[in-house]
Design a protein around this ligand. Sequence first.
Ligand code: 8DG
Ligand code: MG
Ligand code: MG
Length: 146
Amino acid sequence: MEGNAPVPRVAVVVFVINGKTVLLGKRRSTIGDSRYALPGGHLEFGESFEECAAREVKEETGIEIEKIEFLTVTNNVFLQEPKPSHYVTIFERAVLKDPLQSPQNMEPTKCHGWDWYDWNHLPEPLFGPLETMVKSGFNPFPLGET
Ligand code: 8DG
Ligand code: MG
Ligand code: MG
């Protein structure tokens, strides 16, 4: 097999839910630049989805999460981006351990900043995979909460 042949990778991203809002950040990245996306990143060797979710949210926003639950998985092929890539993306949801904790921009080279956005008034443009889910009517909240 080719050593440098591109391969699909696994990402874990998280709907951090706070009341009727979710945590989004405007990306600084070759993939989805300047689009609003969930916190998350690459699954590391040996990690569970929940461990990866908690680690990425903490690394990127400083926030500690709990009640981490699997929601869905999508297959995302980004051939038009400057760096063509392919992600199997695991979507989890979680809540704040401390409801008063505010997000911090822990990786300013990767994100313009984090904020809470009302599910019914999401910012634009959303990152492609998220936009597709929202347009299809997907709702990350526990039944009846929005
Ligand atoms: P890492 O080094 O911290 O592991 O990676 P990262 O820099 O945090 O990776 P990322 O680009 O934030 O996330 C990995 C991939 O996950 C991303 O390139 C494409 C895929 N992905 C989606 N939807 C979303 C989303 O809403 N947010 C994020 N962050 N990634 C997403 O398919
Ligand atoms: Mg990350
Ligand atoms: Mg990330």
